[in-house]
Design a protein around this ligand. Sequence first.
Ligand code: PEP
Ligand code: MN
Length: 337
Amino acid sequence: MIVILKPKSAAADVAELTETLENQGVKVDPVYGTELTILGLVGDTSRIDPSRVEANRIVERVMFVAEPFKMANKLFHPEPTVVEALGRSIGANKIAVIAGPCSVETEEQIQQIAVNVKAAGASFLRGGAFKPRTSPYAFQGLQYDGLRLLRLAREATGLPIVSEIMSPHDIDLFEQSVDIIQVGARNMQNFDLLKELGRVSKPVLLKRGLSATIEEWLMSAEYLLAGGNRQVALCERGIRTFETYTRNTLDLSAILAVKKMSHLPVIVDPSHAAGKWWMVSSLAKAAVAVGADGLMIEVHNDPAHALCDGQQSIKPDGFRTLMDELRPIALAVGREL
Ligand code: PEP
Ligand code: MN
């Protein structure tokens, strides 16, 4: 529920109304605009009688937010959110490109890829240290040593690092080590993890769950926002459909839907969506054309010998070509790269 106040309402009256509403079990989040003050009511609004709220002399109007997500809702927060890390942004006019290997494998590997993607114009380095693998016998990532190697790559290139967290036990380490904490598709509804991440001081990149609806995805973002972390970006990475040709089905319409309903930036990961390296470049271009705020691309210097996801990784040369081809597309939709 959103309460729009009359222009120039007195601070004392706003405080009194806030207290009355909070006594009914909701949290009141005010937004002070130049003309209007808006109170966002977060929590269970079912006990609040809107006609009684509207009876208050400072209230202009009460609006219902049909969607169950409130803080992620554009109605409540019309300004687009810009996620910031080490001076780079996701959600600003410049398309944010996060590139790097599926997994950190060796110091040489991550250093070389970091230098290559930076030279091609990437603004963030990705690399998995903790890998959510379907098989317990598959490579699980270098784990803590992987984070150390990522930090070294950041030192060498200045690129902010993005890496996936799997367990709430590692929150402190991730908060200290990485610049953007990634929540993978498989953990999108790990609510304990989301609650903990609501309290951290680092931005969170929330990937869409394998079979999650857009509303469920935004509700997961709501956990992070409600916990106090306002630095949240979303990542569409393909969803499970009846189609088996591709690893997942890239849902480009999700970008439009998220942009219509939410103020959160949304990027696209064509690598995990397609699962095939030769589709990545075309899907990346389509994503930018549709209005994505950024891309996450798996880049590997030797895909044939990659320990994870070589089949969907492009090489540094291909990445450089992609970046060159993306520039005019970004310009055509009023963005830069
Ligand atoms: C990844 O980005 O490394 C990853 C595992 O992706 P997803 O969670 O989208 O499957
Ligand atoms: Mn991968």
